[in-house]
Design a protein around this ligand. Structure first.
Ligand code: 0RQ
Length: 500
């Protein structure tokens, strides 16, 4: 660590380098590896400015979720004018849905290049967490990469939070590679999950580093909600499906790399796959490395995992730090532009498992909006993967809100992944294999295998509305949203009636 050549500031002093109207590039991904002290100081500064009757808002460009410390603090302070991309924070969600924050929700593989192509406002200040910085501007990131290399490269000024908790531990665990620009774009030289394409450090002109703020603070990960019968059953259904595909030879003998979303279902799928010793040990090419990956690595069930963040509880990060020689050979952190790159996903033949809020009987998936209008989180990387995967699987519990909502509906109220990208749909009820099926066949397969028994008849009745009509897709303009309307008007989708 050669920090002496850079100005060492307190978080409060560094926050004063950020001005009303600035666009901030905030490093980190999936709520880890984010700066911690300066955003808190910035939120206090914004509040003080507002109390003095002055305007203070900034735009935020990040890699993805930045967690409560940033999103809550800045949204509560009313300090955000616009934000992009994925967020998963209650206060930020409310600020977006109330119209206070303009939200640009974009595929996570696109956001870095959007910045470089000049599609977004110029970044005035990049705020990055690092574990080490050299005098000649070599930065070792911490528990995530996200789009930090692009933010650092594109910003006028860079503020670094040097987090001593990680210093000296993460060297060599990052592979920083930025794709070349069109029209001279070349292939990305990654042909196996573990290949390295770039440098372990981000390089920056040292003159751009205007402040170093020293911290010693862990990432703040939301506690995991315990598994329930539904998530375990979904996990089991996915694992059984993949096992049977593998036995039929539709997945190669050595298996294929997995991508799995975040949360309980992803953990349940990995747990079920990991416990099935018929399958060979496998690899992960994913966005977010969760606890279950580390557990399976220690059991020898996962050979290698690459992602854009180590989204781990404290004890699991400690497992890595306590046995760095073991994990250094098995873990690699990359920019999200690479983990989610269509070229990588198609080339490596990734099996992608993501979550839907609702799916329709034709296979369209809504991952982002409640009733078509209120944002939940964002599209994240789900469609980067679903469009390009070897096998694209979506999971959802068959009902939400204690059965008042069916997650299987005649028409999704918002589309994120289309019927052309969704190959397999899984609920706790079962598995719908949509490959090679017409819209009518898909509808039958989804109702039969995925809908909750309380809603099956309603969905069959919807299909009947198109009987005898000449059409490719049995769709009723008048009735497509009747289930959503029944929920809005009566609080229970089971009260749906159709217009003949
Ligand atoms: O709300 O907590 O208020 O009850 O939605 O639902 O079942 O807890 O599921 O936490 O896994 O989130 C799609 C949002 C699922 C997430 C989504 C309500 C439900 C609950 C959450 P409450 P659950 P999860 C790649 C993967 C997009 C990005 C992505 C997500 C809340 O997985 O953001 O795929 N995905 N990333 O009650 C109304 C319905 C509902 C509903 C559920 N049909 N209507 N509300 N809910 N279904 C990796 C990354 O990108 C990082």
């Amino acid at each position: 660590m050669h920090k002496n050549t850079y100005p060492i500031l307190t978080a409060q002093e560094a926050a004063l380098l950020i001005h009303h109207g600035d666009t901030l590039g905030i490093g980190g991904f999936s709520s880890v590896g984010t700066p911690k002290a300066v955003p808190a100081a910035l939120a206090s500064h914004a509040q003080a400015q507002h109390e003095a009757g002055k305007e203070f808002k900034v735009g935020l460009i990040t890699g993805g979720a930045t967690g409560n410390t940033i999103d809550s603090a800045l949204a509560q302070a009313g300090a955000v004018s616009f934000r992009t991309p994925f967020q998963s924070n209650k206060d930020m969600r409310n600020a977006i849905n109330s119209g206070d924050v303009a939200y640009y929700d974009v595929h996570l593989s696109h956001i870095g290049q959007d910045v470089r192509y000049g599609f977004l406002p110029k970044i005035n200040v990049a705020l990055i967490e690092a574990s080490d910085v050299t005098a000649d501007g070599e930065i070792t990131l911490t528990t995530s990469v996200g789009i930090s290399p692009t933010l650092i490269q594109q910003a006028d000024k860079v503020i670094i939070e040097l987090n001593r908790m990680h210093s000296g531990k993460l060297q060599g665990m990052h592979d920083i590679y930025t794709p070349s620009a069109p029209p001279a774009r070349t292939d990305i030289p990654i042909f196996r999950v573990s290949d390295r394409a770039g440098s372990p450090v981000v390089k920056v002109d040292p003159k751009k580093i205007v402040a170093i703020v020293e911290t010693n603070e862990r990432d703040h990960i939301a506690p995991f909600t315990p598994q329930n019968e539904t998530t375990l059953q979904i996990g089991n259904n996915v694992a059984q499906f993949l096992l049977s595909e593998w036995k039929k030879g539709r997945i190669p003998q050595e298996f294929l790399p997995l991508q799995s979303g975040v949360g309980n279902i992803a953990n349940a799928v990995l747990g079920a796959l990991g416990d099935d010793t018929q399958l060979p040990a496998f690899t992960m090419f994913t966005e977010v490395i969760q606890n279950s990956v580390i557990d399976l690595m220690l059991k020898g069930r996962i050979r290698f995992a690459t992602g854009s963040s180590l989204t781990l509880s404290e004890d699991h990060l400690d497992m890595i730090y306590n046995d760095l020689p073991f994990f250094r050979d098995r873990l690699l952190l990359r920019p999200q532009e690479i983990t989610n790159h269509p070229e990588m996903i198609r080339r490596l033949g990734i099996i992608a498992i993501n979550t839907a809020l609702e799916a329709d009987i034709f296979g369209n998936v809504n991952s982002t909006h409640v009733s078509g209008s209120k944002i939940m989180n964002g599209i994240g990387g789900s469609a980067d993967f679903s469009r390009n995967a070897y096998l694209s699987i979506f999971t959802t519990p068959s009902t939400a809100k204690n059965g008042l909502i069916s997650s299987i509906v005649p028409q999704v109220s918002h589309v994120d992944s289309t019927e052309h990208d969704v190959r397999i749909l899984v609920t706790e009820q079962g598995v719908a294999d949509l490959r090679g099926k017409s819209p009518r066949q898909r509808a039958q397969c989804i109702i039969e295998n995925c809908a909750h028994p309380d809603y099956k008849q309603l969905l069959w009745d919807y299909l009947k509305l198109s009987e005898g009509k000449s059409c490719h897709t049995p769709f009723s303009l008048r009735n497509a949203f009747q289930m959503h309307l029944a929920y809005e008007e009566t609080g229970d989708m089971r009260n749906t009636t159709y217009i003949a």
